[in-house]
Design a protein around this ligand. Structure first.
Ligand code: FES
Length: 164
């Protein structure tokens, strides 16, 4: 565990581990709680958790990299997903993805500097009839046109400003 780990930081990991009786069989739910607490899985937190559970840190890191729902890097408050499956791609998904990358100054998997959006292109969301599709968190936007993007982004920026 890092010597610089803050006491509060350690306390939250201990609280989480105690909730599950420090039983390594509950490693995944514990890691989900760590991710909820910090917004991602900080390296120090995983090392601290492994220490508390008496397991090698590599076990935590392999779980973190195996499951797509875990993130080892800070994520934005919103996830913006652009479908780049064949149908969406041909109906404007590529231009939408390029515009989002330019507007948010991110690459795939990256988070905007203001911490608001994490951008994730995907291959086919199974809603090809609605192409091109953009999803923000769990909200679907269908038949998206380039001109719709400023309105979509603004909605989340404003909600964030209002603390919603
Ligand atoms: S290609 Fe985008 S939903 Fe299928």
């Amino acid at each position: 565990m890092s010597e610089t780990m803050h006491a509060d930081y350690l306390a939250s990991i201990e609280t989480i581990a105690d909730r599950y009786g420090r039983n390594p069989d509950f490693l995944i739910p514990m890691m989900q709680d760590v991710q909820t607490a910090f917004g991602y899985l900080p390296r120090d937190a995983l090392e601290g958790l492994a220490d508390l559970l008496g397991i090698p840190p590599s076990q935590c890191f392999s779980v973190a990299t195996f499951y797509k729902s875990f993130s080892l890097v800070p994520r934005g408050r919103h996830t913006i997903t652009v479908c780049l499956g064949t149908v969406c791609y041909l109906k404007g998904g590529r231009e939408i993805a390029e515009t989002i990358e330019r507007e948010l100054e991110v690459k795939a998997g990256g988070t905007s500097r203001d911490g608001l959006f994490t951008y994730e292109p995907v291959n086919c969301l199974g809603a090809c009839a609605l192409a091109p599709v953009v999803v923000v968190d769990s909200e679907y936007y269908d038949h998206v046109k380039l001109r719709d993007l400023p309105r979509i982004l603004k909605k989340y920026r404003e909600a964030d400003r209002k603390g919603q």
